[in-house]
Write a protein of this length. Structure first.
Length: 487
C-alpha cells in the first residue's frame, strides 16, 4: 500500500546508496575493525541520509544491520575532542542498550569517541561516573535517561543527533510519556533526528511527527526496498496450551489494538474469557450475540475504546477498526482466502501492521500453502519462553514504577516513608514473597492495561518548550482524555 503522506513519502532519487568501496575512510576502517565483509542493505540505504543530516524514518527489523547504519555516520559527524553528549540513542530495553553500546565501542575503537549505556533496574553510581567522564554518545532507556537529566548528571546542550531505536517496541514498553519528558531537555535548534522501527503503525508515525520535521521514509524488508506493508509471521504452538501461547505473544508485543480471529464461535468465547481473566480489555463478536450486545461491542469498536476484539470471520465482515496494529489468527483459517481478509485488516492508510498466526505442527502445511498460493512471505518464528516473557514484563514494570516515582511530590515521598521498614521486612523474608508478587502483579495490571495517552491527542496541544529549566513544573504530564487509546 502506497504511503501518500507528504511528510513521509519516499524519494528514491534523493541520495544514492553507498557501498563498501565508496564509504568515507573513517567508516571503512570501522567496518574493517568489525570484520564485516560487506554492508547490509539498510546500511547502504540509510548511511548517506545520516551523513547528509536528513531526518529519516527507517523500517528495518532487529538483525538487519540497523545499529551499524546509525553508528557508522557518527564517526564523521561527532567531535572526539568535545567531551559532551553529542548523540542520544533511546532504546526500549536495557539488553538492547547494552548491545548498541558494545557495538559502538567496537566501531569507535581508537577514535576517541566514548559511549555510555544507561538503563533502569540497577544503581546510578557507575552510570553517573561514566557520564561525568564526558561521553559523546549516550544510549539508554527513556526512563533512566530522564532520571539522569533530572539529576543533571549530563546535559543535551551540545546534542547534534537523536536516534530512536526500535520505536515500536519503545512505545509498547510504555515509554511514550518519558520520551515526551526527555523532549523538554532537547536544544531549541533544529536537531537531526532518526527513527528506526520494525513496523510503523499509525501511532508510531504520530510519535515521529512530534519529534521530527519533514522526515523521509525508508522501508527495507528481506534485502529489498519496498512500500510500507504488513509483516507476516507464524508460530508453532504445542497441541495443548494454544491459549497460553497467544497470551505470551500479546505480553511480548503489547499491541495498541488487535483483532484475534478464531474459526469457531466456541473458540471466540473461550479466548475472550482467557484474555479477560488475564486482565485485558477484550470483548467478543460472534453470531451468537444478541442484538443489544452486538451493538454495544460495535459501538466500542467504532469509538476506538476496545483494545482486543475476538471474532469469527463472518461476524467481523465489513468491520473497520481504525489504527489497527495487530491481527492474531488463533488458528489458520479453514478457507485460505480468509487469510487475505484477516491480514488485510491491518497495515492500512499508509501505516504498517503485523499479522501473526498460531499453528500446531499439523497446521504448518496450511500456512505454507497460503504463503505459496498468494506469494506472501510468512516467516516462522520461535515462540517466546516463559522466562523471556517474565524478563520483558519485569523491565516494563520497572520503567513504569520509576516513572511513577519521579512524579511523586515531597509530601507523597514523606508519606511513603512509613512503609520503608515493612518493605525491607517483606524483601528479607522469603515466606512473604507472595505478598510482594501479588502487589507487583496488581500494579502491573492496573498501570499497563489501562488506556494511556495517544500521540494523536497531544500533537494538537502546545508542544513542550525545549528549555534548560529543570524545575519540577516541567515534569507535569500531558492531560489525559476519556477516550485515550492504549499505547
Amino acid at each position: 500500500m502506497e504511503n501518500d503522506s507528504p511528510t513521509t513519502a519516499e524519494n528514491p532519487n534523493a541520495l544514492s546508496d553507498v557501498t563498501l568501496e565508496t564509504l568515507p575512510p573513517s567508516l571503512a576502517e570501522a567496518v574493517a575493525r568489525a570484520g564485516w565483509p560487506k554492508l547490509m542493505p539498510v546500511q547502504e540505504r540509510a548511511i548517506p541520509h545520516l551523513l547528509a543530516k536528513k531526518n529519516v524514518m527507517v523500517q528495518a527489523r532487529t538483525g538487519s544491520g540497523k545499529t551499524g547504519a546509525f553508528l557508522l555516520p557518527m564517526l564523521e559527524r561527532l567531535n572526539p575532542r568535545q567531551k559532551e553528549c553529542q548523540t542520544l540513542i533511546l532504546a526500549p530495553t536495557r539488553e538492547l542498550a547494552r548491545q548498541v553500546a558494545n557495538e559502538a565501542e567496537m566501531l569507535f575503537a581508537g577514535t576517541g569517541l566514548r559511549t555510555v549505556a544507561v538503563y533502569g533496574g540497577v544503581g546510578y553510581g557507575a552510570q553517573t561516573e561514566a557520564l561525568s567522564g564526558g561521553a559523546q554518545v549516550v544510549v539508554g532507556t527513556p526512563g533512566r535517561v530522564l532520571d539522569h537529566l533530572l539529576r543533571r548528571t549530563f546535559t543535551l546542550d551540545k546534542l547534534e543527533m537523536l536516534v530512536f531505536d526500535e520505536a515500536d517496541r519503545m512505545l509498547s514498553m510504555g515509554f511514550y510519556q518519558d520520551m515526551r519528558q526527555v523532549q523538554r531537555y532537547l536544544p531549541s535548534r533544529n536537531l537531526h533526528t532518526v527513527m528506526f522501527s520494525a513496523t510503523f503503525p499509525a501511532y508510531v508515525k504520530r510519535t515521529a511527527e512530534e519529534f521530527m520535521q519533514n522526515p523521509e521514509f525508508l522501508s527495507l524488508s528481506q534485502d529489498h526496498v519496498h512500500v510500507t506493508d504488513t509483516e507476516h509471521s507464524y508460530y508453532i504452538v504445542p497441541g495443548v496450551g494454544r491459549d497460553r501461547s497467544l497470551v505470551r505473544l500479546i505480553e511480548m508485543d503489547n499491541p495498541a489494538s488487535a483483532i484475534i480471529f478464531c474459526n469457531t464461535k466456541a473458540h471466540v468465547n473461550y479466548v475472550t474469557i482467557v484474555l479477560q481473566r488475564f486482565g485485558y480489555d477484550a470483548d467478543e463478536l460472534s453470531a451468537d450475540l444478541n442484538q443489544n450486545d452486538r451493538e454495544r461491542v460495535l459501538g466500542r469498536v467504532r469509538e476506538g475504546t476496545l483494545r482486543f476484539l475476538v471474532a469469527t470471520d463472518v461476524a467481523a465482515r465489513g468491520l473497520d477498526i481504525p489504527d489497527l496494529s495487530h491481527v492474531y489468527q488463533y488458528e489458520p483459517p479453514e478457507d485460505p482466502e480468509s487469510y487475505i481478509h484477516r491480514a488485510g485488516r491491518t497495515g492500512r492508510a499508509g501505516a504498517s501492521g503485523t499479522a501473526i498466526t498460531l499453528a500446531n505442527v499439523l497446521e504448518r502445511s496450511q500456512v505454507e500453502r497460503i504463503s505459496k498460493r498468494y506469494s506472501i512471505p510468512i516467516e516462522e518464528r520461535t515462540l517466546p519462553t516463559e522466562e523471556e516473557v517474565a524478563e520483558v514484563v519485569a523491565e516494563r514494570l520497572t520503567s513504569l514504577l520509576e516513572a511513577r516515582l519521579r512524579d511523586r511530590d515531597k509530601l507523597q515521598t514523606e508519606r511513603s516513608r512509613r512503609f520503608a521498614p515493612l518493605a525491607r521486612q517483606l524483601a528479607e523474608n522469603a515466606e512473604e514473597s507472595a505478598l510482594i508478587t501479588m502487589l507487583l502483579d496488581d500494579t502491573y495490571q492496573q498501570m499497563l492495561h489501562k488506556p494511556l495517552v495517544d500521540p494523536a491527542e497531544t500533537v494538537q496541544e502546545t508542544k513542550p518548550a525545549r528549555s534548560s529549566n529543570r524545575g519540577s513544573s516541567e515534569r507535569s504530564r500531558s492531560p489525559r482524555r476519556s477516550r485515550s487509546r492504549r499505547r
